[in-house]
Write a protein that binds this ligand. Structure first.
Ligand SMILES: [Fe+2]
Length: 284
């Protein structure tokens, strides 16, 4: 199973797509009506969909897998009806809703896109972090209904995986459910740093990073996109197996004044403001 895409809805699709293509590094992957699709250099047909809507929303966080993997998730959820998605790459799948109406889509693997050679562009999505009022319930749903495994728990976050990568989804304690941020996987630390420099040169300062996270050990740089969503360049997320010991809050405490492994980053919450909470789930 792999995290494949996030489907966003927002009022001004064109400027958002232009920013994501021109500066962030995504690649156009077609359009359908008012919806624009963007891909990375990896083999997913697209990784971000931008549909036109009156208010910003998340329509879905989408995973792809084999028929067997999808069947296993369907069975855990009382066999929801199959949906034929009219999206780049096609594919059949289904949708389930989490305890706070989080929309998770599962779609058959359609790795049709030719891989691109460009070390400065994101490869694919690394993870989506979802704000949740009840992270315990969200975690339980992800384990029992989605079949994911818990990797780590911190004071206010839960990290879960759907393959060997440390996390594909995480839940952050919040006042109401919404999308916290989307992370894009880069080829390595150099690509993350070059991305941060590219954004800086265009007038966008990172709101957190560069730094190296605790859980997942990945390198990061966070930005608030002009459309209001928080996006992250990341690389080197650790791979774990069934023998991984699930960490708890006591494992992830920083010395005073530090919030990453390097001690280089300070989270500028004043800059992120309410932006990270703008995108609620459609219908929630
Ligand atoms: Fe992240």
């Amino acid at each position: 199973m792999r995290l494949r895409s996030v489907e966003l809805e927002l009022a001004d699709v064109t400027p958002a797509a232009e920013f994501l293509e021109r500066l962030w590094g995504l690649v156009p992957a077609g359009s359908s009506g008012d919806t624009r699709f963007l891909r990375g250099t990896g083999d997913h047909p697209y990784i971000l969909a931008l549909a036109k809507a009156a208010a910003p929303c998340v329509a879905a966080v989408t995973f792809s897998g084999s028929d067997e993997e999808l069947d296993a998730v369907r069975r855990r959820n009382g066999s929801p009806r199959r949906i034929k998605f009219n999206l780049p790459g096609g594919g059949e799948g289904f949708e389930v809703r989490g305890p706070e109406a989080q929309a998770y889509r599962f779609i058959e693997e359609t790795s049709v896109a030719e891989r691109l050679k460009d070390a400065d562009r994101p490869i694919q999505l690394a993870h989506a972090v979802i704000n949740s009022q009840d992270v315990e319930a969200s975690e339980r749903f992800a384990v029992e209904k989605l079949g994911f495994q818990v990797s780590d728990r911190t004071g206010h976050m839960r990290f879960l995986r759907c393959n060997r990568k440390h996390h594909c989804v995480a839940y952050a304690k919040s006042e109401f459910p919404s999308l916290n941020h989307i992370a894009f996987e880069m080829q390595g630390v150099d690509a993350v740093m070059r991305g941060i420099a590219r954004l800086r040169e265009a007038g966008f300062e990172s709101v957190w990073g560069p730094g190296r996270h605790g859980p997942g050990n990945n390198v990061f740089g966070y930005f608030v996109a002009p459309y209001g969503g928080v996006i992250e360049y990341t690389a080197e997320v650790s791979e774990v197996g069934d023998d991984y010991r699930v960490g708890g809050p006591e494992d992830w405490k920083w010395p005073p004044g530090r919030i990453d492994h390097w001690g280089l980053s300070k989270k500028d919450t004043a800059k992120t403001g309410p932006a990270e909470r703008v995108f609620r789930f459609t219908g929630s």
